[in-house]
Design a protein around this ligand. Structure first.
Ligand code: DHB
Ligand code: FE
Length: 279
C-alpha cells in the first residue's frame, strides 16, 4: 500500500532557480535563503520517497489564459522544464509516475473532484524551484513526481476549504494504491508577495508566521481564510499560499513540525518553508 509520510511547504521564487543555475547560491544575498534548506535536503535524502505529489501553479507558461483549469493533474511519463523567456532551466527532466497519477485521476474524479487531465505539459519555476531547493543540483531528480496544478493566477482560485478537502481525497486515494510507495506531498507558492502595482513588495511577517504556526496546530482555521484576506494581508500573489492547504489536507490531523525557515527578502518576496511529518 502506498503511504503519505510527510508534507513540505515552500515558496517557489523564480530568482532562486536563476541564482542556483548561475552559480550565485553562495553570494551573501542568497546564502541565507539556501542555508534554511540544508537540513531539508538531508531530511528528504534520508526519507528517500518514491514519489512526490507536487502541488503548484503554472504561471501562464504551460497554459495561457485561454484555458484556466482550476485543478489539473499531470498523467505523463515526463515533463520538460518550461522556457519562461530566457531558455529552459538547466535541470533534469521531471519523471512522472504514470500509474499512480492515473490512479489518482480516477480516484479523485470518483470522489467528486473533477480534475482536468494533462497528458503533455512543460513545468515552470513553480515546480522546478521547489525540487532544486529540496534536492540541490543532481543529474537526475531522485524521485518521481505527480504534478498537481492549481489555478491561483486568474480569478477565482479555489477556496482554502476546497483545497484542504482535495488533500483529504488525495490521502484516501494514495492509501488505496496497491504498490508499496513512500509518498511526500509538496505545497508550493507564497508566502507574502505582490509583484506589481502600488503595493508591490508588500511583506507581512506576522501573518505568514501565524499561517505557519496554524498549519501545524490549527489547519481548520486556515481553511476559513477568504481570498480577500490573503490578498489584503500578503499581496495579490500571496494567494498562492492557499495551495499549502492541499498538502496539509493530505496529512494526518496531528503532525509534527520538523523544520521551518522564513526569510525576507528573496526577490521582493517573503520566502516560507515548513516540513511536517505524520506522527
Ligand atoms: C516571483 C514569482 C513567483 O511566481 C513567486 O511565487 C514569487 C516571486 C517573482 O517573480 O519574483
Ligand atoms: Fe508563483
Amino acid at each position: 500500500m502506498a503511504k503519505i509520510l510527510a508534507g513540505v511547504g515552500t515558496s517557489h521564487v523564480p530568482a532562486i532557480g536563476a541564482a542556483l543555475d548561475s552559480g550565485k547560491a553562495d553570494e551573501p544575498y542568497w546564502q541565507p535563503v539556501f542555508a534554511g534548506y540544508k537540513k531539508s535536503k538531508q531530511w528528504l535524502k534520508e526519507l528517500n520517497p518514491d514519489v512526490v505529489i507536487l502541488v503548484y501553479n503554472d504561471h501562464a507558461n504551460a497554459f495561457g489564459l485561454d484555458v484556466v483549469p482550476t485543478f489539473a493533474l499531470g498523467i505523463a511519463d515526463e515533463y520538460a522544464p518550461a522556457d519562461e523567456g530566457w531558455g529552459p532551466r538547466p535541470v533534469p527532466v521531471v519523471k512522472g509516475h504514470f500509474e499512480l497519477a492515473r490512479h489518482l485521476g480516477t480516484s479523485l474524479i470518483f470522489a467528486h473532484f473533477d480534475m482536468a487531465i494533462i497528458n503533455e505539459m512543460v513545468v515552470d519555476h513553480g515546480l522546478t524551484v521547489p525540487l532544486s531547493l529540496m534536492c540541490g543540483q543532481p543529474q537526475e531528480w531522485p524521485f518521481k513526481v505527480v504534478p498537481l496544478c492549481v489555478n491561483v493566477v486568474q480569478y477565482p482560485p479555489p477556496t482554502g476549504a476546497r483545497c484542504f478537502e482535495l488533500g483529504r481525497a488525495i490521502r484516501k486515494a494514495v492509501e488505496a494504491y496497491h504498490e508499496d510507495l513512500k509518498v511526500v506531498v509538496f505545497g508550493t507558492g507564497g508566502m507574502s508577495h505582490q509583484l506589481h502595482g502600488e503595493r508591490a513588495g508588500i511583506i507581512n511577517r506576522e501573518w505568514d508566521n501565524r499561517f505557519l504556526d496554524d498549519l501545524t496546530a490549527d489547519p481548520l482555521r486556515l481553511t476559513k481564510i477568504p481570498h480577500t484576506e490573503y490578498i489584503r494581508e500578503t499581496g495579490a500573489e500571496g494567494v498562492e499560499t492557499v495551495m499549502w492547504l492541499i498538502m496539509r489536507g493530505a496529512l494526518d490531523d496531528q503532525v509534527k513540525e520538523v523544520h521551518r525557515h522564513y526569510h525576507v527578502p528573496a526577490s521582493n518576496t517573503a520566502l516560507g518553508h515548513i516540513i511536517l511529518e505524520n506522527v
